[in-house]
Write a protein that binds this ligand. Structure first.
Ligand code: NI
Length: 167
């Protein structure tokens, strides 16, 4: 749970910089990649991550612009990346401008439960990290180069002329 606005913004900026790198590596053709029929496509996951901060945070009373209709996945990877970049900046700005630290201890109705706002901010980050892990698998299946998030990716080890560590 976050108890400080600055601690959230700092972590959010670091996490969303990584997610932006993933979004920017997507191509239009890769958006239809999925692990199988009836599973979310790469495009749908990317758009879900773009729409989720707004979907979750407006429940706390925070004022944010919706990036678009979550049910209508854009066909352009560049459009999704641009919308994600806009949303990630807006989230940091809205939390900084509209809230003080004390607001993080207040609770809001989240899906029928009362969550302290500092927990909701944590959930926004964890939800994003969860789905972007799914995205990296689909990106590999689509033949895309995967950017490293918590260390070099396989392709980055190779481009440094190094063997990836195998544990
Ligand atoms: Ni989700």
């Amino acid at each position: 749970m976050f108890t400080s606005i600055e601690a959230f913004v700092q972590e959010w900026e670091s996490v969303s910089a990584g997610t932006r790198r993933l979004m920017e590596a997507l191509t239009d053709a890769s958006l239809s990649q999925s692990v199988g029929e009836d599973y979310r496509t790469l495009g749908r996951l990317a758009w879900h991550l773009t729409c989720s901060p707004h979907e979750m945070l407006v429940r706390t009373g925070l004022e944010l612009q919706a990036p678009g209709d979550e049910h209508v996945v854009p066909s352009s990877a560049a459009d999704i990346a641009a919308a994600y970049a806009r949303t990630s900046r807006e989230v940091a700005g809205a939390v900084r401008e509209q809230w003080q630290d004390a607001k993080l201890a207040e609770s809001s109705d989240m899906y029928g439960e009362q969550w302290p706002n500092g927990i909701t901010l944590r959930a926004v980050i964890q939800h994003e990290v969860h789905h972007r892990g799914q995205m990296t698998v689909l990106m590999r299946q689509a033949g895309l180069r995967v950017p490293g998030l918590y260390g070099p990716s396989l392709e980055e080890w190779q481009s440094m002329g190094m063997e990836p560590p195998v544990v």
